[in-house]
Structure formats: structure tokens, C-alpha cells
Design a protein around this ligand. Sequence first.
Ligand code: ZN
Ligand code: ZN
Length: 146
Amino acid sequence: MNWQDVLTKNGFRISGPRRHVMQLLESTTQPMTPLEIYQALSQSGCLLGMVSVYRALELLAQLGLVCVVYNPDGSAGYVAGVGGHHHHIVCQNCHQAIAFAGSEDLSSLIQRVEKETKFKVSDHLLQLYGICPDCQKILTDTLEEK
Ligand SMILES: [Zn+2]
Ligand SMILES: [Zn+2]
């Protein structure tokens, strides 16, 4: 199901702000902060206010159409969602965020934490950092030149 259908099915209009924000995020794998989204849209001649950007992001996140990803510097950016339960791995060099599926892989960790803390775990937030294949190559080349 595409994002247009998700909005319509949940009773929301495909308004200008929602469409502009989704189209922008779908065009990149780099997480964008609300300010960056606002600036990119302004530059392409789309005059949306910051409040409209925030409101659109809030709704799109609620519907799972966009996800929050944390950049290596700790700032929160948004990426287009891929649907289903998934996590992101973020490149520490170029900041691109790639989604990967899965939750079962955490079950042994969750079991251990429940045992240790007597909590009932109901949700989790997981994100991995690393160096993407492109940057591994660039970084290796740079090292060899030295
Ligand atoms: Zn990279
Ligand atoms: Zn998970």
C-alpha cells in the first residue's frame, strides 16, 4: 500500500504539506530534520511554514509513513517508512539510513532483560550505526593514499 492509500484509508486528505514532505523524504536515504525539510522545500519554491512541516511529520509518523532516525550527532531526522516492523542502520560517515526487518533477533536479549529487571518489555527502540559499503571503499582508498 502506498502512502496516498494509507492517508486516504485512515480518513486523511492528501494535502499539499503531506504530499510535499512525503515526496521529498522518498527522494533521499538521508534522514532530514524538520528544519532541513523546511529549507529544501523553500528552495524548490514550495512555501510551507515550519508549523505545517511539523504537523505533516507528526501525522505521517503516527501512520508509520515516516520514521525518526538519530544521526550520529544525536539530531533526529526523518526518513520515509518502509512498512512493517523494521529498524535502521545509519552510516556514520555519509549519514544514509537503510532499513532492515526483524524483531525475533531481539527476543533472547528481551528475555534476559525481563529476567534481570522483572519488567515486562512491551516495546523497543533499536538503531545501529556503522560504515556503509560505499564509505568503506572511500575510507580504504583514502588510507591507502596516505
Ligand atoms: Zn556511508
Ligand atoms: Zn524491533
